[in-house]
Ligand binder design. Structure first.
Ligand code: MF3
Ligand code: CO
Length: 263
């Protein structure tokens, strides 16, 4: 019998994943507002505040900038930001009864629409005295973005970027969440490609100039497994109850490397 060799090629981006210069400029403008919103949160976030207070800060600043929060009414989500504390991996919903305490770590994830163009980034904050081992988790999560960014070079693949992050995280004794990833962004909130951070080198979509996507690995101190809140249908927790960390940046692939649009 004749053995057929499977033809293997590279996955390449479809037309609207490649942004033209006008679109890139408009998305840059959106990202500038997104950064301003997170700067505003950075200036005001403090111990004793509720996560609902953070939502209020985002609502206030977004309005002042003439922008719209992309998460508000997105698939039934009712707030203008996601606030994920300690063992919450992502998509924590702001609440009046959830108070920031000394020792907490929190990811504030803001998504912004400006003139119809989308931007998305997240920062972490450490409240009061955070245990050194938790501080280290937050630091490694941030450093993992730099490690991934170094691989954002045209004609490499998303798997090259992902694997650099995954190996770095493993080396530090942590694990990368598999089920939830990043995404293309700009013309829509969540566009293709879906961006995994556990993909193998050389696999996944080719990074072509003009693509814009997020780098936002969720890094668990313990095991990678996550569970979704049955009641609210949004909040994702670590299965083992240990802390999780996530920062998010938005990156444009350029002719000779990349440009970070939101950090
Ligand atoms: N910013 C989040 C992301 O990176 C948005 C999640 S959708 C929400 O994809 F509705 F939960 F906010
Ligand atoms: Co995102």
């Amino acid at each position: 019998m004749l053995a057929m060799k499977k033809r293997e090629g590279y996955e390449i981006p479809i037309h609207n994943m490649i942004k033209n210069p006008q679109q890139i400029e408009a998305i840059r403008e959106s990202a500038k507002r997104n950064i301003e919103i997170l700067d505003y949160v950075s200036e005001h976030i403090k111990e004793g505040m509720s996560t609902e207070d953070i939502d209020c800060l985002v609502v206030e600043k977004t309005k002042q900038l003439g922008a719209i929060a992309a998460t508000l009414n997105y698939e039934g989500y009712s707030k203008s930001v996601c606030t994920s504390i300690n063992n919450v991996v992502c998509h924590g919903i702001p609440s009046k009864t959830q108070i920031l305490r000394s020792g907490d770590i929190i990811t504030v994830d803001a998504s912004t629409i400006y003139n119809g163009f989308f931007s998305d980034s997240a920062r972490m904050f450490m409240i009061g005295d955070v245990k050194p081992e938790v501080e280290r988790l937050v630091r490694v999560a941030k450093e993992s973005l730099e490690v991934g960014l170094k691989q954002v070079i045209p004609w490499k693949t998303l798997g090259d970027m992902a694997d650099a992050i995954n190996q770095f995280v493993k080396k530090n004794g942590y694990s990368v969440v598999r089920e939830i990833g990043g995404h293309g962004v700009g013309l829509e909130f969540h566009e293709e490609p879906w961006v995994s951070y556990v993909e193998k080198p050389g696999k996944g979509m080719v990074m072509a100039p003009g693509m814009i996507f997020t780098i936002e690995p969720m890094i668990n101190m313990g095991k990678a497994a996550v569970v979704m809140d049955r009641e609210d249908g949004w909040t994702v927790y670590t299965n083992d109850g240990l802390p999780s960390a996530q920062w998010e940046i938005m990156v444009l692939v350029t002719e000779d490397g990349h440009e970070v649009l939101a950090y």
